[in-house]
Write a protein of this length. Sequence first.
Length: 362
Amino acid sequence: MNDARYMALAIAEASKGLGRTHPNPAVGAVIVKGGKIIARGFHARAGTPHAEAVALAQAGAKARGATLYSTLEPCNHHGRTPPCSEAIVSAGIARVVYGSDDPNPLVNGKGRRRLLAAGLQVEGGVLREETDALNRPFFKSITSGLPWVTLKAGITLDGKVATRTGSSKWITGEPARQAAHQLRDRADAIVVGVGTVQADDPRLTTRIPNGRTAVRVVLDSHLSASPRAAIFDVAPGRTVVATLEPGTHPRAKALARRGVEVWSLPAKQGRVSLRALLARLAREGLLHVLVEGGAEVHGAFLTAKLVDEVVLFVAPKLFGHGGLTWTGGLNVKTAAEALALGPVTVEQVGGDLLLRATLAAR
């Protein structure tokens, strides 16, 4: 059987929904009969049919006796849509092959057991590493109550995000900046510090065709950002200011009148608690957070050990002594204290390099 081949096609289907399904996982499905693909489907967004249901509807009566490939264990509970396991059994599917187990307590093996009880052949774990990678934010939120955090930076070869005078535009080339917008398109929320708002006046939109603008989050412990900042004028979409100040603060009221959400959060060492912010984002169903900086914010997230993945666009340029280092005040004193990164992948993006790495187990 060509299980790996068909699962790879299901992964391609699931990828179509990345960044659009929160708080649900991204799932793809393919139905095969007699060595031919008769249907495909993916979960488009929360509240719409799941991938398996989409593929089954497309297959119709041809589904009887076929094999269904799904990137995730089929669900067996009623939510905003009916359980996929029941639809699979009713359609007469003979065999189900899936990639990832679903840690959601509402599923967590129940879908598999329901299918086996109905007499279907069931096999899990096919291309599990690849299917797990699709839904790391979902899995982390289910098991820890926190979102998956990707820290992104555009840096020089000597690790700088700005010169000693603060100049930073542009370090990387246009292809790298387009790739950064693709990252934004797949994130649920983007976090920057008030220093970045004051220095760069970003809009934090996704400037690619059919791109989706994530929730924009500004860390501003004492509401010092200019009310004229461009980020407060972006529409549609949500802008959040995370602060220590109460909602009764005059600036908080002024922002609220403009449609900005002001979240008053607990303090940690005199600033907004990053863990409290992430927990609030997860409760809002925002499972993948892209931290764009600046350097001080990067250092704070790294020091708090709240980063899951680092994405660096590295330009073949040097800023030298006095330039601002992307890790900010990480304050490592000895080599033994260094934050270790997991396996690093490298690819060329225009004239720059794209480095990806997860943080080593900690």
